[in-house]
Design a binder for this molecule. Structure first.
Ligand SMILES: Cc1ncc(COP(=O)(O)O)c(C=O)c1O
Length: 370
């Protein structure tokens, strides 16, 4: 290790995903089903709102908590959903920025944080940077949020339960009953409940319900990256109890400073954009991939997000992904999101043509490996 590097940089590694991208870089015309962002472009009216903001000189720092009109609009929407007396909101530098601030503001060294395995790759890394301890609850084979398993993982050191529904990498959505049970469990035990709702707009079969409905202390993180294809714009938001939000703002002030101001004006416009066409399209893509693979792979049907998490037909998920990549199909080994090397992640945020090509490679591979 280089003598200048801090210990915290060694607590996690990024080599797994890099290996996939290195392999991908060698492919000529890859069938890319690895990308965790929508395949549509930012809607035109959002682009116009952001470029207008730039041309009108709205290029300086914004207030730490975000531009007034966006914050007010978010606050009005949140208040209409929850009517919690003590719920405050601020604009973060993407959902990732919100996650980082949540960890820095709430996790002391040695604090335990419970979340499901498989998980979004950023969770263990962020936690370990803060000296937190990951307590991973194995959610296989159905990848559901099982309140009994969560309850069994609680110890006197548990500081936080982190839920993510719809989930990356499985696309599984928690039921209202599961969310209610976990939300009430956290309240009863006085444990922080952090809800990563970045895929809340991508619900295919049911309406989205936040655990904040059942626990007024829930800290919710959401953003515009996935819903409006604005991953590079870095606009997210966090709402929760005002004292926690104030602490997160203090950390934002001395780190991210603010979300980029022109992007915030774009996000304000984004709140008026009707996404139903895109959601319908992604539901259709979900059905297309599920039907194409149903006879060949074991998987739990995703109710949201844009991921499918099938079991590899051989023992090693990463070996299987290498075989797929050799055939030009880019997918992600489950090992990156899990302690188990048994599954792989497909993103169906891709054109129909790409999806059809990917399904064909996967069908052929399954037949070969039988
Ligand atoms: C579960 C989950 N949370 C958060 C993020 C980060 O999103 P953002 O672009 O808003 O930082 C992602 C992105 O892949 C995600 O999958």
């Amino acid at each position: 290790m280089h003598p200048w590097l801090a210990q915290r940089t060694t607590a996690f590694e990024s080599s797994g995903i890099r290996k996939v991208f290195d392999l991908a870089a060698k492919l000529k015309d890859p069938i890319n089903l690895s990308i965790g962002q929508p395949d549509f472009d930012v809607p035109d009216e959002i682009k116009t709102a952001a470029t207008d903001a730039i041309n009108e000189g709205k290029n300086a720092y914004s207030p730490t908590q975000g531009i007034g009109p966006l914050r007010e609009k978010l606050k009005a929407t949140i208040d209409s959903q929850f009517a919690h007396a003590d719920r405050d909101v601020f604009v973060s530098s993407g959902t990732s920025g919100g996650l980082m601030l949540a960890m820095l503001s709430m996790i002391n060294p040695g604090d335990e944080v419970i979340y499901l395995d498989p998980y979004f790759v950023m969770y263990p890394a962020l936690l370990e940077m803060c000296g937190g301890v990951s307590v991973r609850v194995d959610s296989s084979p159905d990848f559901r949020l099982n309140p009994d398993k969560i309850a069994a993982a609680i110890t006197p050191r548990t500081k936080m339960i982190l839920v993510n529904s719809p989930a990356n990498p499985t696309g599984i959505t928690a039921s209202v009953e599961e969310l209610e049970a976990v939300a009430k469990l956290a309240a009863e035990k006085n444990i922080a409940l952090l809800s990563d709702e970045i895929y809340s707009r991508f619900m295919f079969d049911e309406d989205f319900v936040s655990p904040a409905k059942f626990n007024d202390q829930t800290i919710v993180i959401d953003g515009f990256s996935k819903s409006h294809a604005m991953t590079g714009w870095r606009v997210g938001y966090v709402h929760g109890p005002s004292e926690v939000i104030a602490a997160m703002l203090k950390v934002q002030q001395y780190s991210f400073v603010c979300s980029p101001q022109p992007a915030q004006w774009g996000a304000l416009r984004a709140m008026e954009v009707n996404l139903s066409g895109h959601i319908d399209d992604y539901r259709r893509k979900r059905d297309l991939i599920c039907e194409g693979l149903a006879d060949y792979y074991e998987f739990a049907k995703p109710g949201g997000a844009f991921y499918l998490y099938p079991k590899a037909p051989i023992d090693s998920g990463s070996k299987f992904v290498e075989m797929a990549i050799e055939r030009g199909l880019l997918i992600i080994p489950g090992k990156i999101f899990s302690q188990h090397d048994s599954h792989f992640r497909i993103s169906f945020a891709a054109s129909d043509e790409t999806l059809h090509r990917g399904i064909k490679v996967l069908q052929d591979l399954a037949r070969e490996l039988k």
